[in-house]
Design a protein around this ligand. Structure first.
Ligand code: AMP
Length: 403
């Protein structure tokens, strides 16, 4: 059992950093996954006989208002999630209108066993993102024990995600259940992968994924490269890619990555063919082409039939799978087939006993769109954090608890 599971919260005030940065449109929460993901941690504290103080950010109020001073500051209040949180927990949720001021101190001091206090958006002050030590200390005074359950912000050295941990004794600071699950899943892939280990890397830009590919060259047996980023590799090898996405300044880098993979004995799988379109639109004319010979006036927007078959075969033979980034413009129906086919291959491999982790915003969105979220081993809630973890970086939110 983990430290969190073993901890007796009875009579304690648990200060829990959650990630309640949920999408809200016209005052309505459109996806409450992140809130639901934090419930087991909150419930464990309450069941033990403790009380809970929740802190989170929502959006980037100071940055957005700087850009557009006419924006309404009150649109960023966490008050707007209070009633939904109360429904999910089936109990009243108290609210403090500032995260660490007098009201928060008073309400935290008076908090009774079984009660929940939600603090106002941490990013209403610049001290959160700047990692201000005094602000972190003021927050720390609200609770007896610190629980970090916000994997989505674990890659930030902010006051509430990292700096605060030093104000608690090592035995009184820990990860929550969600954070533990994320770290365990990521470790299983990064440090305990069974071979063959296939990383599927897609998405728009090579530049966003260089570090993760470089790090995976030391870990994976196979790397599948799909999506818009694949065309830079074809152009670098002398191919004609028409109007497909290309980062001209990354051509040499693409060749270097292929060379490094060769030296390390890692198989790089590039898509042989593409579904091409005459414009970036769901009502474009479409055809298929070899990726070395995409005609002028056409662009590759999805991997083609041969690539689907080849990639599926590699995925189905894998024992460990990491998937970050779609194979094409899956948001448009005409170009979703490649991403869907790969999702099906990941599901099939998982059924045969492979461990599969889907991480990173758009591949998670794709797996959800096709209804496969429950058919893979783990779907990460942390886009940027998961990416940095696989780039081999130490995440400040993790380090602050461990060190
Ligand atoms: P990323 O955030 O880098 O993982 O990129 C995800 C985005 O890449 C999605 O919105 C996809 O629509 C887009 N994408 C994937 N393949 C292509 C492609 N061949 N051409 C243009 N955009 C693409």
């Amino acid at each position: 059992m983990s430290k969190f599971q073993n901890y007796d919260f009875s009579g304690k005030k648990a200060l829990i950093r959650v990630d309640f940065n949920v999408p809200i449109k016209d005052g309505q929460i459109t996806d409450d996954t992140r809130m639901r993901a934090a419930l087991p941690t909150i419930k464990k504290v309450l069941t033990d006989g403790g009380s809970v103080i929740l802190m989170s950010h929502w959006g980037r109020p100071l940055k957005e208002i700087k850009k557009d001073p006419s924006k309404d500051f009150s649109n960023f209040t966490l008050k707007q999630i209070e009633s939904h949180l109360s429904e999910l927990l089936e109990t009243e949720v108290l609210f403090a209108t500032e995260p660490a001021g007098y009201e928060a101190q008073l309400k935290a001091a008076e908090l009774q066993t079984g009660q929940i206090l939600l603090l106002e958006n941490l990013r209403f002050t610049q001290h959160e993102e700047s990692g201000d030590k005094d602000f972190a200390e003021a927050l720390s005074k609200l609770g007896d024990v610190y629980v970090n359950d916000a994997f989505g912000t674990a890659h930030r050295a902010h006051a509430s995600t990292a700096v605060i941990a030093q104000f608690f004794k090592p035995e009184d600071r820990m990860f929550g259940l969600l954070m533990e699950a994320e770290i365990n899943a990521a470790n299983k892939v990064m440090n305990e992968a069974q071979s063959p280990f296939t990383a599927i890397i897609g998405g728009a830009k090579v530049s966003d994924k260089i570090m993760i590919i470089e790090n995976l060259l030391n870990k994976a047996t196979d790397i599948i490269i799909g999506g818009g980023m694949a065309y830079t590799f074809f152009k670098a090898q002398g191919g004609n890619i028409g109007g497909s996405l290309c980062e001209e300044d990354k051509l040499q880098l693409a060749l270097d990555l292929l060379k490094k993979a060769d030296e390390k004995g890692v198989n790089i799988h590039l898509p042989v063919d593409s579904i091409i379109a005459d414009k970036f639109s769901n009502d474009a004319e479409t055809s298929s082409a070899n990726n070395m010979e995409i005609p002028e006036g056409w662009m590759g927007l999805d991997i083609g039939a041969e690539a689907c078959e080849a990639f599926s075969k590699v995925v189905k033979e894998s024992k460990t799978i990491l998937w970050n980034g779609p194979m094409g413009v899956f948001e448009m129906e005409k170009f979703q087939n490649g991403t869907k086919t790969i999702a099906e291959a990941v599901v099939a491999a998982t059924k045969s006993g492979a461990f599969s982790l889907v991480g990173g915003g758009d591949s998670v969105a794709a797996v959800n769109k096709f209804g496969y979220a429950n058919d893979v081993s783990y779907v990460s809630t942390g886009g940027g954090a998961m990416l940095e973890f696989f780039e081999g970086k130490e995440l400040p939110g993790i380090a602050a608890i461990n060190n």
